[in-house]
Design a binder for this molecule. Structure first.
Ligand SMILES: [Zn+2]
Length: 280
């Protein structure tokens, strides 16, 4: 019984970060890649790039962001964390680091067992940077969960997707993101801001709502609370995790979050009417 749960969770995890779609067919492999390894103080970067500048860039930002994330998560990763880089998305889709198919919309993958981060070079340097830093947050999340005194990978079943992805977005993009702002303005206009306890459904896109809520929590209570929230939720579930971390329940914090969003966006939306130019 226990084994069954564990396997289910792993499949779920693969799905979580890969958005993997299982079509029940074998993954096409067109070629093998001649991987080399670049070692930095905290990473082993596996790649087959011919562009030394790109290799240097990836090594540099990996180390910079290691320091940032290390401060947030409070724990070192005690081995050189593997990062596997594919030259483009089509080749990334052929990776054998995870068993499921990787959809066209998947930006990167982090798998829990070996903490491997798997990414393609993206269409822009900025996008590659975002995907790498986002996936690195998942590596730190896994590291804390696996090495926590009272947590194991099974504990991730307690953490809603908006929290996992919201952290990865907030700690890679920061608190200002035009896509998230667009979604939240829309939710304010249409009066459809969700309660935190109702956020974990397919109706609310976890990346955008998660980033908005994490940005609010980080700004209101301090970024140092966010890892505590993550670990407490993994241990005790969402409701108890919030009360232990913030001293308030999700209902109260939902109201604070909604008020902050309305205060931010309502003045911009007031008295806005369509004023078509020219004569009818
Ligand atoms: Zn993610």
């Amino acid at each position: 019984m226990k084994k069954l749960i564990f396997i289910t969770l792993l499949l779920l995890l693969a799905g979580l970060h890969a958005d993997a779609q299982y079509f029940g067919r074998n993954k096409p492999r067109y070629r093998t890649f001649d991987f080399k390894i670049n070692e930095t103080p905290h990473f082993k970067i596996h790649h087959y790039l011919k562009n030394d500048q790109m290799t240097t860039y990836l090594s540099k930002i990996s180390e910079q962001w290691y320091d940032n994330h290390r401060k947030i998560f409070g724990k070192d990763i005690l081995f050189k964390n593997p990062i596997i880089v594919y030259n483009n998305h089509a080749e990334f889709q052929q990776t054998n680091t995870i068993s499921g198919d990787i959809g066209i919309g998947t930006g990167g993958v982090t798998e829990a067992l070996k903490n491997r981060i798997v990414i393609p070079l993206s269409f822009s340097l900025q996008s590659t940077h975002h995907v790498l830093v986002h996936e690195m947050v998942h590596a730190f999340q896994y590291n804390n969960i696996i090495n926590g005194d009272s947590t194991s990978l099974q504990s991730l079943a307690n953490t809603p997707l908006w929290m996992i992805e919201g952290m990865a977005e907030y700690f890679s993009l920061g608190n200002k993101d035009p896509f998230t702002a667009m979604w939240m303005r829309d939710a304010v206009i249409n009066n459809i801001l969700p309660e935190i306890s109702k956020l974990n459904t397919a109706k609310y896109f976890p990346y955008r709502y998660g980033q908005s809520l994490l940005a609010f929590l980080g700004g209101y209570y301090g970024d140092d609370k966010l890892n505590k929230m993550f670990m407490n939720t993994a241990m005790y579930g969402l409701e108890a995790g919030f009360i232990i971390t913030f001293g308030q329940d999700t209902k109260t914090i939902s109201q604070l979050w909604h008020t902050a969003l309305k205060d931010q966006y309502s003045p911009l939306l007031k008295d806005r009417k369509e004023k078509p130019q020219g004569k009818n």
